[in-house]
Design a protein around this ligand. Structure first.
Ligand code: GAL
Length: 408
């Protein structure tokens, strides 16, 4: 009796003998649950997940570890690489062309152009997209806003008035973790709204020196610095989800963060629009800064023998059921344009509608606009300015444009 049950199981395990090693940085509460949905879905197809999770820094640590593994000739099977970094890895010839693993013909219809462009290099799909996160959100704690009878801030002037009132009432106005990329995310939110989509793109995507060096940019930096008065300085170095936790526990009233924060609030039992509200970053209505997560596949020594495993991996990431289940948990929206959004929360539904109507810009803090090397330098300059007392905005703007010119 026992034997008849065991034999098919053994056969299945042998079919895809080696597990699929996946490098990622989805380790925060919420992210880990979403990752497990992927792990579970793959296991249902007899693919065992070998976790290569690197904690922290919005993926910076993970990318450093990946470089070491790849340089030593032993990359994982697949890794969470996104934006222009995909092209950098493709250039060194380490990635598999996804269109040779999977019939991608339908992708031309089911994936929006911006998604296709992000994962394409030299006319080949070089990564598999999994979701679209929106970055320019402002999250409000509903209880505090109701108690203090505050309106939704739609302009920066009203934002500062509201933040002062929250502070006077003894709550923390801005939940903020204070790592370099989170500092830069605050800056990006403000720059996007004050400069508008066109100039934001010129500065942070095209790295146009005239816009980077402009008086307008100095104004953005000066206004950005005002946010420092509303964060808890003792939280420097904390991860984003520690800050989001302050929203969940009614200690802080607002947070600028991508909608992966919803994944964390999901596991804390917090409900969109009931416990927290999602609104556009002040003065950024009609603009959508996107962050598209994707996985690359390494073409390593055992690649041919394991092609079927890679095929199932690609098929799974894009399957309708997985796209729905995973993205509801992760806080993002599906990459496919044919998924029914009824089961998603109100913030995801707004994100989906905006994604299809707003001006789309790549989030530079989320590696969507430049390689992570250049992005790290930009991030450091912004973060130093935010945290150091008495740093001159004019000098920072010069330093930023000089660094970008030198590194491009
Ligand atoms: C981003 C990633 C998101 C989210 C976030 C915070 O880089 O694209 O999916 O995980 O980091 O960890």
């Amino acid at each position: 009796m026992k034997k008849t049950v065991l034999l098919p199981l053994l056969f299945n395990i042998n079919a895809n003998a080696t597990p699929l090693e996946v490098l990622h940085w989805w380790t925060a509460p919420g992210e880990a649950e979403s990752q497990r949905i992927l792990e579970k879905t793959l296991l249902e197809k007899d693919i065992e997940w070998q976790n290569f999770a690197i904690v922290g820094e919005g993926g910076d640590s993970a990318l450093r570890v990946l470089q070491m593994r790849a340089l030593s000739g032993n990359p994982p099977d697949t890794a969470q690489i996104k934006g222009p970094d995909i092209g950098e890895w493709a250039k060194v010839g380490m990635l598999a062309e996804v269109d040779k693993i999977f019939d991608t013909q339908s992708w031309g219809y089911i994936l929006p152009k911006v998604v296709r462009d992000t994962v394409t290099f030299n006319d080949h799909y070089m990564a598999v997209p999994i979701n679209v996160h929106r970055v320019n959100w402002l999250w409000l704690n509903k209880k505090i806003f109701k108690e203090l009878k505050l309106p939704v801030p739609t302009t920066w002037d009203s934002f500062f008035v509201i933040a002062d009132k929250i502070k006077a009432a003894g709550y923390l106005p801005l939940a903020h973790g204070g790592t370099a990329w989170q500092d830069a995310l605050l800056f990006e939110s403000m720059a996007l709204s004050l400069l508008g989509a066109e100039k934001y793109r010129k500065a942070f995507v095209e790295h146009d020196i005239a816009v980077l060096n402009s008086a307008e940019m100095v104004t953005v930096f000066k206004k950005y610095k005002r946010l420092h008065a509303y964060v808890d300085k003792s939280m420097v170095g904390q991860d984003w989800f520690n800050a989001s936790q302050l929203i969940a526990t009614d200690k802080a009233a607002m947070q600028f963060m991508g909608d992966w924060a919803k994944g964390m609030w999901n596991v804390s039992g917090k409900v969109a629009m009931l416990d927290y509200i999602c609104v556009d970053v002040p003065e950024s209505k009609g603009i959508f800064s996107y962050n598209i997560d994707s996985f690359v596949i390494f073409e390593k020594y055992n690649f041919q023998a394991r092609k079927n495993v890679q095929t199932i991996f690609v098929e799974t990431l894009l399957s309708k059921q997985f796209q729905s289940e995973f993205n509801i948990s992760k806080g993002s929206i599906p990459v496919r344009n044919d998924i029914n959004m009824d089961a998603f929360d109100a913030c995801a539904q707004k994100s989906y509608a905006d994604f299809n109507s707003a001006q789309l810009v790549p989030s530079f803090t989320q590696n969507m606009a430049s390689t992570s090397h250049l992005q790290n330098i930009i991030t450091q300059i912004i973060s130093n300015y935010f945290n150091a007392p008495n740093v001159d905005a004019e000098k920072t703007v010069k330093r930023l444009s000089l660094a970008i010119r030198a590194l491009k």
